[in-house]
Design a protein around this ligand. Structure first.
Ligand code: DAK
Length: 258
């Protein structure tokens, strides 16, 4: 895979996709988002991959949508061209786990893209913000919806209305990120987390992801009913047989290919 605005690596069953427009602080433009959709689709379909990491550089995850590209847009350009909708949200269709790994700035569309990942790991250098109000627009890729769900209405209103950035410690305290590591250990630690996930049965990981995402979009009763169907259907599968046999036989399970 050869891309102009992304760097790609694999570490065993872990794929790493790096946003890479260093001269523009990884500002998100059409080409990058098209490439990102392509890379995500390929890794999702690749049976050698069990977990995907989306990251940036050690300085910036992404400083938002590309302001230079959108400064001259008018309503017809954004509405008729389905700006954002046409190519920013492929990540939501990925069935395998996707970890967002953030060092430095994740601002505006960058913060929104990070929040589309399944969970976030941050460096102690990370800074999250939704400064769109300062450039005269509302967020357009889910910032007003995912941020209050992640960190509470009050914190989200504060960030969205004042454009205040929060640091890694506040992001962890408020639940936006799950873990924080020293910047120089970030990728090593994040790949370690991804490798743990990739060694689990992929079928079950995808079902858990589907169920947790359901919790976002339905009420509790409906969500628990959804989860129960997966749970019951899981009996008799190779993953259940291997996992439970291994426990009873006091050995490590081998979920290769499951
Ligand atoms: N877009 C384009 N270029 C950017 C950029 C961005 N978002 N952020 C930085 N750059 C460029 C700078 O212009 C500069 O380019 P040169 O001057 O060197 O050519 C280069 O990256 C380095 O930036 P700085 O010189 O500013 O670097 P600093 O370290 O001093 O500052 C910073 C880093 C990240 C704090 C600063 O660059 C900054 O504040 N950047 C802008 C952050 C921002 O406002 N982000 C939100 C963007 S708005 C919608 C759809 C989408 C959206 C909204 C609505 N609808 C469909 C309704 C999304 C909006 C956004 O994301």
């Amino acid at each position: 895979m050869d891309y102009a605005d992304l760097l790609i690596e694999t570490h065993g069953k872990v794929a790493v996709i790096r946003l890479n427009r260093p001269k523009a602080m990884n500002a998100l433009n059409d080409n990058m988002m098209n490439e990102l959709g392509d890379a995500l689709r390929r890794f999702d379909a690749d049976s050698n991959i069990g977990c995907i990491i989306l990251t940036g550089s050690d300085k910036v995850f992404a400083a938002g949508a590309d302001i230079a590209a959108m400064a001259n847009y008018d309503y017809a350009d954004t509405y008729n061209g389905n700006y954002i909708g046409r190519n920013w949200e492929h990540i939501l269709d990925v069935r395998k786990p996707v970890i967002g790994v953030v060092a430095g700035y994740a601002l505006g569309g960058g913060c929104e893209l990070a929040m589309m990942c399944d969970f976030l790991i941050a460096a102690d250098s990370a800074k999250f913000g939704q400064p769109e109000i300062t450039v005269g627009v509302t967020p357009g890729a889910g910032g007003t919806q995912r941020l209050p769900r992640a960190i509470s209405k009050s914190k989200a209103m504060d960030m969205l209305l004042t454009a205040r950035m929060i640091d890694a410690a506040e992001a962890e305290r408020t639940g936006l990120v799950s873990r924080v590591f020293a910047a120089d250990k970030l990728m090593e630690e994040a790949i370690g987390v991804a490798q743990i996930i990739a060694a689990k049965p992929l079928s079950v990981a995808m079902q858990i992801k589907d169920c947790v995402n359901r919790a976002y979009e339905t009420g509790l009763t409906e969500g628990v009913r959804y989860e129960r169907r997966y749970f019951q259907a899981g009996f008799g599968t190779p993953a259940q047989k291997e996992g439970m046999s291994a426990f009873l036989e006091k050995r490590k399970p081998n979920f290769e290919g499951l």
